[in-house]
Design a protein around this ligand. Sequence first.
Ligand code: FE
Length: 261
Amino acid sequence: MTFEGSYLGANDRISPRAIMECKICWTTYDPAEGDDYRQVLPGTPFVALPDDWKCPGCDAPKAQFMVREDPGSDEMRRAAVIGQKTQALVADFREVFNAKMRDVPIVNHALHVEAVGFRSHGPDILGVLVSPWFMNLVLLPGDTEWPALKAGEKEVIAFPSGEYEFIHNSREMVGPYKACSLFSPMADFNSQMQAVDVARAVMGELFKDENREETDRAAEIRAAREAELAPPPEPAELPVPDLRPSRRALLTGGLSSGTSE
Ligand code: FE
């Protein structure tokens, strides 16, 4: 007989930080402490205990333990969601390539569809999608459902390095997504590795505020000065910042060779 919450060897359902409890004698196993009795070092996750490890209190086998508390389970669940979403995204665009793009002259056959650096971004998931015909920053819903997105609608999203224009879209497998074009077409890339390196660099540079364009900063200062000098401010007359992605600034240090636009 089992009851809900029993571990029963399901290593993929508990995180390395899980604190486990014997369901017979309530002895706990805390990875931070290890197990003196059987000389298990502190820092050893429950899943890494030898198969013949037994409860220090009552000799019950490992499978009789249940999760008491798992501080790492949210991270695990999150990682699983990111994995599923990015797989669906890649599957969707492989399908587009096979169905529509394969024979189009602009495609770079040295490249293939690959999701790079996808990670949590607030409640959403952010990464770079590399393909034979474009490289886009892509935002996907993570924890929260998005309201239906209208294909083609534009949205400006701020990052530490500046503001970027994303276009709303939706596909069968991945569902709604927002994409910001970084490169298209991809003729300047010599290899998948080079494209992936640039994609990784984008994910780093995006979050550096020193990449914010000087012109934007100047416009902000000018706007602030004008607001000071001529109250009441007329928002309509303030300079409109240039919202185009500053790819060159974004990629400073990220491009070593051969991909100048
Ligand atoms: Fe026990």
